[in-house]
Ligand binder design. Structure first.
Ligand SMILES: C[C@H]1O[C@H](OP(=O)(O)OP(=O)(O)OC[C@H]2O[C@@H](n3cnc4c(=O)[nH]c(N)nc43)[C@H](O)[C@@H]2O)[C@@H](O)[C@@H](O)C1=O
Length: 356
């Protein structure tokens, strides 16, 4: 019999990759998305099947982590074997402007979902995955960070996720639920949201290459992150729920790079070498061969409190889940730049023919 999974946040980067691998593994997949006045399902469009065909295995529902009755009804209707809670207000900088909403969706939202399982008496049947985050380590207390490293959140986003982490642990211990936290370090891909720094950079490189943009504006170039590929990380989520018991696992590559290095590699993919001149907010990145300014600093992208360095130790996941990241940092950057170059080329071609 096919297993049934419920994915909140299915229209996001991770939701889309996870839905894809679960369908490949033979699951029936129910995704939850928020209502929006603009179209927001592009990442899962290719998973839709003709409803008149037999054997349809992908279903979408409207829902919201701030709406408890909706969550209870969804869990009751779908009767999932596995719930992956990926829905969140996931932008760290935005959380400084919307701290209450972030706490409600990311913190209390997790509680609502756990309570839905309990209210319906499904604690023994339904396994639960919580999208925890390396942002919990914030002002890091040791490097590299592992499951035992103390947390020190540095944003409303991280503080909300801290509550979600502990309430997941608590429901595991109090009610014997199979509930797990995946402490995922940054994971990116060509379908990453366009305001996260990696995708912002690769889109700008592609736009500059196509003559559609002159300069890329960024904040803190010295921040370091442990960047992996989202496709690898969703496999790790699934593996956590296949264990005999729930647990908490770091997924990371074990390698950290600065935003500056990401910029350099991304421009290198299109044959441009960046030469940095100036200091602090006056620093600029120039095209070494033409002298054109390509990168400038915009103070608006600095955060009230920054997380300077995140570097994960994924050895528990290696040992217990047999999980390893596959994509290297360079391959990740190249794949993202290539995809954005292609996307701009397709749009330009479409526009050209439309107005021919
Ligand atoms: C694991 C974790 O991963 C993500 O959170 P994030 O690390 O904050 O991701 P980001 O791509 O927004 O920033 C990375 C770094 O890059 C710096 N940075 C410089 N200049 C710009 C800039 O212009 N834009 C942005 N966004 N960041 C910039 C910024 O200050 C920060 O130090 C989310 O998925 C989150 O949900 C999550 O859980």
């Amino acid at each position: 019999m096919s297993k049934t999974a419920l994915i909140t946040g299915v229209t996001g980067q991770d939701g889309a990759y996870l839905a894809e691998i679960l369908l490949d593994k033979g699951y029936i997949v129910h995704g939850v998305k928020r209502r929006s006045s603009s179209f927001n399902s592009a990442r899962v469009e290719h998973l839709y099947q003709d409803p008149h065909e037999s054997g349809v295995r992908f279903f979408m529902h409207y829902g919201d982590l701030t709406d408890a009755t909706n969550l209870i009804r969804l869990v009751q209707e779908v009767q999932p074997d596995e719930i992956y809670n990926l829905a969140a207000q996931s932008h760290v900088q935005v959380s400084f402007e919307t701290p209450e909403y972030t706490a409600n969706a990311d913190g209390i939202g997790t509680l609502r979902l756990l309570e839905a399982i309990r209210i319906l008496g499904m604690e023994e049947r339904t396994r639960f995955y919580q999208a925890s985050t390396s942002e919990l380590y914030g002002k890091v207390q040791e490097t590299p960070q592992r499951e035992t490293t103390p947390f020190y959140p540095r944003s409303p986003y991280a503080a909300a996720k801290l509550y979600a982490y502990w309430i997941t642990v608590n429901y595991r211990e109090a009610y014997g639920m199979h509930a797990s936290n995946g402490i995922l370090f940054n994971h990116e891909s060509p379908i990453r949201g366009e305001t996260f720094v990696t995708r912002k950079i690769t889109r700008a490189v592609a736009a500059i290459q196509h003559g559609l943009q002159d300069v890329l504006y960024l904040g803190n170039l010295d921040a370091k992150r442990d960047w992996g590929h989202a496709r690898d990380y969703v496999e790790g989520m699934w593996r956590m729920l296949q264990q005999p018991e729930g647990g908490d696992y770091v997924l990371a590559t074990g390698e950290a790079h600065s935003v500056r290095e990401f910029v350099e590699l991304a421009f290198a993919r299109v044959g441009k070498t960046i030469e940095w001149r100036g200091k602090g907010v006056n620093e600029k990145g120039y095209d070494a061969s033409t002298g054109a300014p390509l990168v400038r600093i915009d103070e608006r992208y600095f955060r009230p409190t920054e997380v300077d360095l995140l570097l994960g130790d994924p050895s528990k996941a290696h040992r217990e889940l047999g999980w390893r990241h596959g994509t290297t940092f360079t391959d990740l950057v190249n794949e993202m730049v290539d995809a954005d170059l292609h996307q701009f080329a397709v749009s330009l071609d479409y526009a050209k023919h439309r107005f021919d």
